[in-house]
Design a protein around this ligand. Structure first.
Ligand code: AKB
Length: 335
């Protein structure tokens, strides 16, 4: 009955153009959330996007509703969903890979707790649910290059264990209860608005800030390790395009490989030096980040996302580097 009801609602949503109307963002103060909130409000209207975070975030309350919400409190989450008549939840709460290794129990409790609550609230209130997965869902036994959509997933970090479990739970809630769960496996996200925290791919953001600030960067990840990365505008567009995709075309749901660029620290350093020839980089390898980075794919195969919902990246390393340096120059007053 419930599965049928949810399926019927998702068909109805698909019938209308721009299906999401009342959106809840859980964990809106983080790297993705702070930009996704603004992006969604531009598309769906400020009043229709409710931003929530554990802590007060003044800027997120400027052009739409903001509520303080602990994602581990399911009752509070359900009450916000009911009060604002939410039909779509974006659960962005996560401790990232490197910080997760420092406190695996906390990473499991936070990452899985927020996801469990989001799934249950989505089931009870007939909402669609987006939860990011990550390249971190793969591990050393996955194929390294052009890692396929469906392949071996045996991650060696608690972050990856949470992501694989989350993908399976998302699929379970879809099959068992008809909840419209969808997800992408994000590469490292590069942006110039909010800094990431505790990730293995963070170096690819920090390098731009240091190139402008001090002209020198100490890289914690080995020179020759490839990882997939994506520029924030592409990441935001992926969230909306997937959630707006026709469900009848989705063979997969949790979670889609998406790809846009893959590089090593040496490659991004060389790209920045084309614009700032005096920029210098040395290495002080963080053993935890090294192990994680070496366990992840070099690059993902995103054919299924392209075929099932039309995914196509717009940014490459060169264009992104121009844009990052220009924005950070302005932000740091170094024009
Ligand atoms: C991390 O490095 O932990 C994240 C990710 C790739 O999921 N940026």
């Amino acid at each position: 009955m419930c599965a049928f009801h949810n399926y019927f609602l998702s068909l109805l949503r698909n019938y209308n153009h721009k299906q999401m109307k009342r959106i809840l963002i859980v964990g809106a103060g983080g790297q993705i959330g702070s930009e996704l909130t603004v992006y969604l409000r531009k598309i769906y209207g400020g009043a229709n996007v409710v931003a929530t975070d554990m802590r007060e975030c003044k800027s997120l309350g400027e052009d739409g509703p903001f509520e303080v919400l602990n994602a581990l409190d399911a009752t509070a989450m359900a009450s916000v969903v009911a009060r604002y008549h939410v039909d779509t939840i974006f659960n962005l709460v996560a401790l990232l890979s490197a910080v997760g290794e420092r406190n695996p129990q906390m990473a499991w409790n936070v990452n899985m707790g927020a996801l469990n609550n989001s799934l249950e609230v989505a089931r009870q209130h007939h909402c669609a649910l987006f939860t990011p997965s990550s390249i971190g869902a793969f591990g050393p036994t996955s194929p390294k290059d052009k890692t396929p959509q469906d392949t071996i997933m045996q991650p060696t970090t608690i972050y990856g264990v949470c992501k694989v479990t989350g993908e399976m739970l998302g699929n379970y809630y879809h099959h068992k209860f008809g909840v419209d769960t969808r997800s992408v496996r994000f590469p490292g996200i590069i942006s110039n608005v909010t800094l990431p925290g505790g990730g293995t791919t963070d170096y690819a953001v920090e390098i731009y800030y240091e190139a402008i600030r001090s002209g020198h960067f100490t890289c914690p990840v080995p020179a020759d390790v490839y990882m997939d990365m994506i520029y924030m505008p592409d990441a935001l567009r992926a969230c909306v395009e997937l959630m707006e995709a026709d469900p009848s075309k989705l063979v997969h749901r949790n979670s889609f490989n998406i790809a846009s660029m893959s590089f090593t620290p040496e490659i991004i350093y060389a790209e920045i030096r084309k614009r700032l020839p005096d920029f210098k980089m040395n290495y002080d390898i963080d053993p935890v980040k090294r192990e994680i980075a070496e366990s992840w794919p070099n690059s993902l195969d995103d054919t299924c996302a392209r075929e099932e919902w039309g995914w196509k990246p717009e940014w490459d390393l060169s264009r992104m580097t121009d844009d990052m340096l220009a924005h950070i120059r302005t932000k740091l007053g170094k024009n």
